[in-house]
Design a protein around this ligand. Structure first.
Ligand code: PLP
Length: 264
């Protein structure tokens, strides 16, 4: 048997033609962590730095062919899920995950920062039903958490309750990100829980408009760190430091918000 020193991570996600988010951000992140990235492209988006212009969902056969090609040769140590743009895609990916025993990180991508819809609203319930029970970690931002729970989140205490409720929906654990609910504008707070234990990851706000792809990069970095052998709490801390550095290094490239930076 061939010996394998480099872990393999799959990204099942959408392509961002602008190169800042989606599959493109995931591969750049995996590369920085020394992890080999394989891709199952679930949708092709035509987008630039200020708008998502067009979304083409991958046909069932093409999605299945990508999964089968990888499954028969380049098995994943971890799988990161990003944009799952239709009920069909969610159901097929959910079915595959029933056969997969490695670590699964789900970034429940719904709407881009530029306002483009990346997952139709009705698909959320299918995601809860088919994907959450197989997610070791789900990484919603505040608005994604609000959509998952169908209610608003208005305080840091609410964040703790919401995170516990998302675990109750079926995920093994949740990292609820982007908590800008603190009374202090210069702090950011993310909260993790598995329903029994919980902790806050807090840090200084990094002021930049160039945040495109932050959620994709964070979830990929966690997946890659887990693939490298770190336990989940360490993987989240490492990923947060990686994204923070990416935000500090980010530059504006087009006329809209620039992409979060990568190292390699
Ligand atoms: N496009 C694709 C294909 C994505 O997967 C994502 C991920 O969230 C986005 C766009 C959104 O990026 P952002 O909200 O960071 O601009």
């Amino acid at each position: 048997m061939a010996s394998r020193k480099r872990p393999i991570a799959w990204s099942i996600a959408g392509s961002d033609s602008g190169g800042g988010a989606g599959i493109q951000a995931d591969l750049a992140t995996f590369h920085d962590f020394g992890v080999h990235g394989c891709t199952v492209i679930s949708a092709i988006t035509a987008q630039n730095s200020f708008a998502v212009g067009h979304v083409s969902v991958t046909p069932r056969r093409t999605l299945a062919a990508q999964i089968n090609a990888l499954d028969s040769d380049l098995q994943a140590d971890v799988i990161k899920l990003g944009m799952l743009a239709s009920e069909d895609v969610v159901v097929m990916v959910g079915k595959y995950l029933e056969t997969f025993s490695g670590f699964v990180v789900c970034d429940p991508v719904m709407v881009s920062t530029s306002g483009g819809e990346l997952m139709p609203r009705g698909v959320c319930d299918v995601l809860i039903d088919k994907i959450l029970p197989r997610a070791d970690l789900i990484t919603p931002n505040l608005s994604e958490a609000e959509t998952l729970l169908n209610r608003t989140i208005e305080s840091l205490e609410d964040v703790e309750r919401a995170a516990a409720d998302i675990v109750a929906l079926g995920a093994r654990s949740v990292m609820l990100t982007g908590g800008h609910l603190s009374a202090r504008n210069d702090e950011r707070h993310d909260y993790w829980t598995d329903g029994e234990e919980g902790f806050w990851l807090s840090g200084a706000n990094i002021y930049t408009l160039n945040t495109h792809g932050t959620g994709c990069t964070l979830s990929s970095a966690i997946a890659a760190a887990v693939a490298r052998g770190y336990g989940l709490p360490d993987a989240m801390v490492i990923a947060k430091a990686y994204v923070s550095q990416g935000l500090r290094m980010s530059v504006r490239l087009g006329s809209g918000p620039g992409p979060v930076g990568h190292i390699g």
